[in-house]
Ligand binder design. Sequence first.
Ligand code: FES
Length: 133
Amino acid sequence: MERRGFIKKGLSWLAYIFGAAALAYPVFLFMSFRKIRKKTVVFHPDEQLAAANFKEGIYLIKKGTDFNALSARCTHLGCTLNFDAVSQQFKCPCHGSLFAISGKWVSGPARKDLMSIPVETEANGDMEVEFEI
Ligand code: FES
């Protein structure tokens, strides 16, 4: 093989390799983006006193002696909800959706209920809420 032919062939192979990498890169990004990550929020006993306790995107709801955790993300476009202690409802500051303290959708552009998350009680009284982000 002549030197010129060898260089041409080598450049062609390099172009194929870079082309394949350019096509595979978005697929790789998509697959790495899909990794499920978990986050744990711990509510210590002194953070469990109110009817609705907020921490790191989670509301811990106290119902007598039972606890339930709800995501504070509005199901419309993801704004963080505020809890109104007077009406006992979650209000979205962005477009005005309302949710009951149980997480059920009441009114507004959001149509889905809030995401309910299981709560685990530790021996020391801490409440752990683990969820996917
Ligand atoms: S983001 Fe909450 S109502 Fe639109």
